[in-house]
Ligand binder design. Structure first.
Ligand SMILES: Nc1ncnc2c1ncn2[C@@H]1O[C@H](COP(=O)(O)OP(=O)(O)OP(=O)(O)O)[C@@H](O)[C@H]1O
Ligand SMILES: [Mg+2]
Length: 396
């Protein structure tokens, strides 16, 4: 066999990169966490566990580091010994398992593991714990704006009301710049609730990403107040729209460059273009009302969101919880197989009046502010739920 044939028999050059990170993991959440936190690394992501890694290393050992799943393995110590026999000694190994015991963690490190993480694994865990060791750099500090996606499990669940008022309250509390992006291009209600009229800019930007730059979007944005801008459309109901995934990604990227928070009123079902917003969102709020339809759809929507995004980023909000005739909370918990993260009661006719007058409910329904406060805190980390000593004194 001459040299040229030998070369052509080699695997692809990129496959042999010495910065290749091989991961054998089993579950969806870990896969997503690795893929998103190491999106710029040479990640060779495979389905499997430590046993599959051992098999691979018998013939293929050109790698910089290895991540392996040990959950469900009967004798992890024995498996690690087997791994040590085939794994190059200079390749650091990170383990992922389901044992949260500190003794187990120490034992894994004593066996020579670079790190041991237990499930559920989130993007932040990979970014902060593994990434610096694997890629040799500090965790990435993403300075672009946080995306908050709001979607309703059923029509009228309150998604737009929450998105509009949350945008206002977030800006008011944190003093940050907030963009409210309404992706319901036909019949969207954010503009109605804010008493403004959108132009054609958003549709153009979503259909022709190459035409939309920051200046374009700035012109298309409607001023709601000093800190809040609305980016919305009001296209005819019979218009044929050609929204592309690239268009949506471009608009979100441009907004994240200019605003600290980008709240998105998200249409359901989640088309591929819409899914890209969910994937990038730091917080996803799934709203439902205490109805059979809401419960059924919320279950499906939560599942769809958790396949695209990190489960830890999803929050389920039960709206109008105590509405007459609604399902009791226990039924909702049983149906969802989880407790809603936030519960907002029915806030009365002030909410509907707000829609009709175009003056956001946030201004004249004080109870709404109180119920939005924990959500603002979750998103921003600013604790607005504690009353000041003055207000506590006055209320006493
Ligand atoms: N907690 C609440 N208490 C009372 N009324 C509410 C509450 N939340 C929302 N509403 C009212 O319910 C109606 C529907 O709300 P909204 O338009 O926000 O829902 P949506 O999920 O965006 O609906 P759509 O599916 O049409 O987009 C509005 O009149 C709104 O004022
Ligand atoms: Mg709506």
């Amino acid at each position: 066999m001459d040299g040229s044939i030998a070369v052509s028999m080699q695997p692809e050059r990129s496959f042999l990169r010495c910065d290749r990170i091989v991961a054998f993991v089993n579950d969806e959440a870990t896969t997503t966490a690795l893929r998103t936190a190491l999106d710029d690394a040479h990640l060779d992501l495979r389905k499997g566990n430590i046993r599959h890694a051992i098999r691979m290393l018998e013939t293929d050992y050109e790698l910089a580091s290895l991540i392996v799943d040990i959950s469900g393995i009967d004798d992890p110590i024995k498996a690690l010994e087997d791994l040590a026999r085939v794994c190059p000694t200079d390749v650091p190994v990170a383990l992922i398992g389901d044992n949260s015991d500190i003794g187990f963690y120490r034992a894994m490190l004593r066996m020579g593991a670079m790190e041991y993480l237990y499930k559920p694994i989130s993007r932040d865990m990979i970014n902060h714990v593994l990434r610096p060791k694997l890629v040799g750099e500090k965790p990435r500090v993403d300075r672009s704006g946080h995306v908050v996606a709001v979607c309703g499990a059923q029509g009228g669940a309150g998604a737009t009301s929450i998105a509009v008022n949350l945008a206002l309250q977030l800006a008011d509390t944190t003093k940050a710049r907030v963009a409210l992006l309404d992706l319901h291009l036909q019949g969207g209600e954010t503009a109605v609730m804010l008493g403004v009229q959108p132009g054609p800019g958003l549709r153009i930007a979503l259909e022709n990403p190459e035409r939309a730059d920051e200046l374009f979007l700035e012109r298309a944005a409607i001023e709601v107040n000093d800190r809040v801008r609305l980016i919305a459309a009001d296209e005819a109901l019979n218009a044929e729209l050609h929204i592309t995934e690239a268009g949506v990604q471009n608009v979100v990227r441009l907004l994240r460059n200019r605003f600290n928070y980008v709240l998105v009123d998200l249409p359901v079902p989640l088309t591929p273009a819409i899914q890209s917003v969910v994937a990038i969102a730091r917080t996803v709020l799934v709203l439902l009302e205490a109805e059979v339809t809401g419960l059924r759809n919320a279950k499906a929507l939560r599942k769809a969101v958790s396949l695209i995004s990190d489960k830890n980023r999803m929050f389920t909000v039960l709206n109008r919880a105590d509405r007459a005739g609604g399902l009791p909370l226990e039924t909702i918990v049983k149906g969802l197989e989880a407790r809603p993260d936030m519960v907002i009661p029915d806030l009365g006719s002030g909410m509907t009046q707000a829609v009709n007058t175009g003056v956001p409910a946030f201004r004249h329904v004080p109870k709404l502010r109180r119920h939005l406060a924990p959500i603002v805190q979750e998103i921003s980390g600013v604790d607005t739920t504690r009353r000041s000593w003055m207000s506590r004194l006055l209320k006493r």
